[in-house]
Design a protein. Structure first.
Length: 299
């Protein structure tokens, strides 16, 4: 399984790349590129892996992804089923403040944009209260060209700065400054975990993927992700379980969700779930339904 360190083909007549995709699922491999990426999920659900962190995504979400940050929009499993009829849709912008746009970001009038990117080097998720406004600005950039494109792009940045605090995609201490060979190795490891989390993954299995001994792998994984292997695996499994618990599929009871996420006992699932989320699976469902005004107190 090989990861592509992405190299975007930048047209000579553009400094901001705009892309609209409609596919059965998102690109399924962890990758990175020199450009910052702004992606508006118009249709689709899954998990965003960004650096050493994970975020659930759904239709309407907008993310800015930092330059050279390893990332993957992992579509939910049903998007890979044959004849599922499901499809994703997304609008993305790519720009490199150290490439063609360097002189723009060094102007006195736009240096606050450069500072903003430095303070948000790994990227962030747009708060829900601002997604509609940001989506409209993104659409304007996507539909424009020439000087109008740059004007709308700067207007978009003004809106980003006005948001203030936003949820970072991964901790500031995370370093994406790794060699291409190390990036490929780490990406292979994370891809293996993301594609096999529902199976009994052992330390020996994943060490073999990395061509390391188990002790060497443990040191390597902690160094590059800031997490122990088992902690990361549990977070992946609980992230998937959370989505299934609130999916509304009546056939999925808590025990079914636990086993589908890779846990071999409901007791272990409940313990790990609470350690990751701070609450029990039942309380998680209750809180979700309460927030969405769908919980029936008489049930």
């Amino acid at each position: 399984m090989k990861v592509l360190p992405f190299t975007l083909l930048v047209p000579d007549d553009k400094s901001v790349i705009s892309e609209q995709v409609e596919l059965p699922h998102f690109y399924p491999y962890l990758h990175r590129h020199d450009e910052f990426q702004i992606t508006w999920i118009q249709k689709g659900e899954g998990t965003l892996v960004a650096g050493n962190n994970m975020h659930s995504f759904q239709s309407g979400d907008i993310f800015m992804i930092g330059a050279n940050l390893p990332h993957l929009f992992k579509s939910n499993p049903e998007y890979f089923e044959v004849d599922s009829g499901k499809q994703i849709s997304a609008c993305s912008l790519y720009f490199n403040p150290l490439g063609k746009m360097e002189s723009l970001f060094n102007l006195p009038e736009t240096r606050n944009y450069k500072t903003f990117l430095q303070n948000n080097k790994h990227g962030f998720k747009i708060p829900a209260a601002h997604t509609a406004q940001i989506a409209a600005k993104l659409q304007m950039v996507h539909q424009s060209s020439g000087a109008g494109l740059l004007f709308n792009f700067l207007d978009l940045f003004d809106n980003f700065i006005a948001i203030g605090d936003a949820e970072p995609l991964c901790p500031a201490v995370y370093s994406s400054d790794i060699s291409e060979n190390e990036g490929i190795r780490l990406s292979n490891i994370l891809n293996y975990i993301m594609q096999n989390y529902h199976t009994p993954i052992t330390l020996e299995h994943v060490s073999d993927v990395a061509y390391m001994t188990p002790p060497a792998f443990c040191r390597y994984f902690k160094k590059h992700t800031g997490r122990k292997f088992i902690s990361f695996l549990n977070e992946v499994r609980i992230n998937e379980a959370c989505k299934n618990l609130i999916s509304g599929r009546k056939a999925d009871c808590i025990s079914g969700v636990a086993y589908n996420a890779g846990f071999n006992s409901i007791t272990n699932f409940n313990r790990v779930f609470k350690s990751v989320t701070g609450i029990s699976p039942k309380d998680y469902i209750f809180n979700y339904k309460k927030v969405n005004n769908t919980y029936n107190l008489s049930a």
